[in-house]
Design a protein around this ligand. Sequence first.
Ligand SMILES: [Zn+2]
Length: 333
Amino acid sequence: MKLVAHFFNKNIFFIFILLLLISCENISGDEDNTEEPKYKIDSESYSSKYKGNRIRYIILHYTYLNDEDSIKTLTEDRVSSHYLITTEINNPIYRLVDENERAWHAGLSSFDGHSAINDSSIGIEIVHQGIYDTEEYEQAKGISLSREQKHFPEADMYMEYDKEQLDKLVFLLKDIIKRYDIHPRNITGHADVAPTRKQDPGPKFPWKWLYDEHHIGFWYDEDEYQALMISNDYGTAKPMDIKKEFHKYGYTSMPTNNDKWDIPSRKVIYAFQCHYRQGNIDGNMDMETYVVLKALNNKLQSERKRQRQKEATVEELIRLRAIRESNLEEQQE
Ligand SMILES: [Zn+2]
C-alpha cells in the first residue's frame, strides 16, 4: 500500500511539472503575440536610388542525359537547376528550385568580373544529348580523332535542338525576363561562364534565331560587322589587346597572364565562337572572330553611352523642376 502511495505521489509530481511547463509555454507564447516590438523597421520614409536585382544572369545548359536520368540527377545529386525542359512534349516545364533560392548549376565560373555565377543566376537545363560520345563518333565515322579535335570538337559532333523544346524555352525565358531586369548579354550559356570546363549549350544552340525571332539575348549589328570587316585592325592587333576585348565583353576567364593563344585561352575563343560565330568553331583566333567581338563591344559601348545620357537628362530635369518649384515658393511668399 505504501508502495502504491509512493508511486502515485511520484507521478503526480511529474504531471504537475509537465502542466507547469505547458502553461509556461502558453503564457510566454501569448506574451510574444501581444508584446510590441522593441524597435520599428521603417521601409516607407526613404528609398535608395542605386539598387538592382540579385538575379543578373540566365544560364542555359544541356543535360547530356535522357529525361529520366536528368530528373533523377537534378533532384537527387549534388547538382540542381531552377528549371528543366524535358523531351516529352506533353510534360510541363519543371521548376525544381525556387527562383529565390540558389541552384547548383554553374559551378566554378566567371563572367564580367563576377565569379560564383550560381549566386546571381537562374539556371535552365534542357534535356538534350548535346554532343556525340567521342568513341561512338569515331566508330560511326571510321576515324580516329586527334587531340586537337577532342579539345575543340567540330560542329558535326553536336546534335540539333528540338523545335518543341526551343518553343518551351522561349516561353520560359520571356516569363523570367518580365520579372527581372536582366541585360540581354547576360542571357548566356554555361560554356560562356565556364569555358575551360564546359561546352553546353553548344554550337547548335540557335542564339541568333533567339535574337532575331524573339528579341532575346544580345547580337551585333550587321552594318557594324560589315564596316569592321573592311576597316578592321586585326592585322596590327596584339594578342593582349584581343584578350582585353574578350574581358570587355564579359569573358573574364580569358587568361591575361600571358600573350599566347594557349589551350585555356583557345577554350575561351571556342566558347565565344560556339555562341557568336557558329560557322567555324576551331578555337583559333582569326579576323572574323575578332570583328564579331569588336562589333559586340561597340554595340555594348554605344548602348551604355545612350543609357548614361538618358540618366543625365532625367537628373537634369529633376534639378530644373526643383529650381522652378523653389522660385514659385519664393514668389508666393
Ligand atoms: Zn551545364
